[in-house]
Write a protein that binds this ligand. Structure first.
Ligand code: XMP
Length: 553
């Protein structure tokens, strides 16, 4: 919970109001610290109300990329809560429903009367038009994908943009005539009114999606709404996130102590650095080294944090302990469970040694909040994910989650601003259970981990050398515990294969196998076989997700 002292500190920085994002630890609503009571002083933020659209999160992210803080809220967020936030504008997202469908998420007319501009996108526009007496109907044909947009009247929203442009549509219902007081601005082959506005009331609607890259002028349209219509100033940047979060952390932690589990990934590292900046050495990081990290990774974490960044760090070398518990275990879910449980045990033991640590820092991202059903949607469990964030609630520590409002690429920007070494900033995702879930079909042993680690390091080197590391979502090796016959140096070999797995993806929900250049594959294959004893064959996994998953277990 925020304290008045923090409000004062925040006031000095922003001279306005600071929004402290919701923290899952105390279950409280997002809290507003009132600093100025002047009605002129709206927050530099635009709220996006989510009507279930595929791109709703992306709208908020694009707005933030335009330098304005934005957050996605459920469409039925209480009006009072929205009012208290004092946003400069509202965006109504798209959604899959028809305004005429039973149970379709409705639009509360009060939202259009808050005295702030509203931009409706796709379903959001249809709702606005329908609510205010315009004509929305199902068109003879829907429009999905690239669509030509013809601007007839530029108005405020489309001022300065070309008469003919491309946009991205995804709709069946369409607006045939705007409500009284509105001007129709543009049309497309199946949408007589593809953009409309009522500048007097500050209401704007577009049928297409400005947030996707396939609408080339989308960002300009969003900027026009944010800057010229809503009067937002560009205040949101990695540096402003740091200032804001450091204040919020100080307010939450007070003079207490905090502990943070580092995984080597960018999220926990960035969260730790933010907290360290806020409370200095009252933060202790714990790095549970389960012995299943990639080559040199444990050492890199220790060197970066302890020596370069000077963050207090406890390095727990628990390899023996983890391998001991994995003896004889081959079943993937059991493996994951054991590692997850053991991780918690080790972490708890170490946390207990830190005198009066009352706070636990976690690198939870916005996408984690959504995936875990934080916004009311839940995803089916395919694998029981283990990560540092999976610590139990009965740890009796309050959560500090400074990245809850950010997407991965925003975290990377913040991380770079905090001087996290480049290697960590751009690290590809790595699963909590580490290489253990890449030794498949047999027991996880030290010897097999060693082979896999060496092969994986070679692949990483080659992928980096080819300049592809950042382009790939992940690239790694898998070691199936089977042996095949080969011939090496005129002798028969009987050794393991290594499988190369490289995928492209935006969010790991779906993925495609990466078309790695043959030259890269050839070099990696030769080097793996020549340099890793115990390997005599290299194969390539060409399965997308679905039907495969990215990891083999
Ligand atoms: P799958 O294999 O389910 O993986 O397609 C999707 C993404 O999640 C990563 N992954 C994990 N991350 N703890 C994590 O923090 C885990 O237990 C875990 N299992 C898989 C995987 O590497 C991929 O990026």
């Amino acid at each position: 919970m925020a304290e008045p002292a923090a409000a004062k500190a925040a006031a000095e920085d922003t001279a306005e109001r600071v929004h402290v994002p919701e923290r899952s630890g105390n279950g409280a609503d997002p809290e507003i610290i009132e600093i100025s009571t002047s009605p002129e002083t709206a927050n530099e933020e635009v709220l996006v109300l989510d009507f279930g659209g595929q791109y709703s999160q992306l709208i908020a992210r694009r707005i933030r990329e335009c330098g304005v803080f934005s957050e996605l809220l459920p469409h039925d967020t209480p009006i009072e809560k929205i009012r208290r936030r004092k946003p400069r504008g509202l965006v109504l997202s798209g959604g899959p429903a028809s305004v005429y469908a039973e149970g379709a998420p409705p639009l509360r007319a009060e939202l259009l009367e808050l005295g702030i501009p509203v931009l409706g996108i796709c379903y959001g526009m249809q709702l606005m038009v329908h609510t205010l007496g315009g004509d929305v109907q199902q068109a003879p044909a829907g429009e999905f994908g690239r669509t030509a947009l013809t601007v007839r009247e530029h108005g405020t929203l489309l001022e300065g943009l070309p008469d003919d442009q491309q946009c991205w549509m995804s709709h069946r219902d369409t607006v045939f005539s705007p409500p009284p007081g509105f001007t129709a601005l543009a049309s497309s082959p199946e949408s007589p009114v593809a953009a409309t506005e009522d500048t007097a009331r500050g209401l704007y609607g577009i049928q297409f999606h400005p947030e996707v890259v396939h609408t080339p002028h989308g960002t300009e349209i969003l900027t026009r709404f944010l800057r010229d219509v809503a009067g937002c100033r560009e205040r949101w940047s990695p540096a402003s996130v740091i200032t804001e979060q450091v204040d919020a952390i100080r307010a939450q932690v007070g003079d207490g102590r905090a502990v943070c589990g580092l995984s080597g990934g960018v999220d926990s590292a960035t969260a730790a650095l933010l907290v360290h900046r806020a409370i200095g050495d009252r933060l202790t990081c714990v790095f549970v080294d389960h012995g299943m990290m990639r080559k040199d990774e444990a050492e890199q974490v220790v060197t970066a944090f302890r020596d370069q960044l000077e963050v207090p760090l406890v390095h727990v070398d628990a390899e023996d302990r983890f391998l001991g518990r994995l003896e004889g275990v081959t079943e993937p879910e059991r493996k994951r469970k054991i590692i997850g449980e053991e991780f918690i045990r080790v972490f708890e033991e170490e946390a207990a040694k830190i005198d009066d640590a009352r706070f636990l820092v976690q690198g939870t991202l916005y996408s984690d909040v959504i995936e875990s059903g934080g916004d009311g949607r839940a995803a089916a469990t395919i694998k029981s994910h283990h990560n540092v964030g999976g610590l139990p609630e009965d740890l009796d520590l309050d959560l500090v989650e400074p990245l809850r409002m950010l997407f991965k690429d925003e975290v990377r920007a913040v991380a770079a601003e905090l001087d996290l070494p480049e290697r960590f900033v751009w690290r590809q995702p790595f699963p909590g259970p580490g290489l253990a879930i890449r030794v498949v079909g047999g027991e996880v042993t030290r010897e097999r981990l060693e082979i896999l680690r060496d092969a994986d390091a070679i692949l990483q080197e080659e992928v980096r050398a080819a300049g592809l590391y950042r382009e790939l979502w992940q690239s790694f090796c898998v070691l199936p515990v089977v042996r095949s016959v080969g011939v090496q140096g005129d002798e028969r070999s009987y050794a393991y294969p290594v499988v190369i797995r490289a995928v492209t993806s935006d969010d790991a929900m779906t993925a495609d196998w990466a078309r790695l250049p043959y030259e890269l594959l050839e070099r990696a294959s030769n080097r793996i076989i020549n340099e890793c004893s115990g390997v005599n064959r290299v194969a390539l996994d060409i399965t997308s997700k679905p039907p495969g998953t990215i990891e083999w277990e």
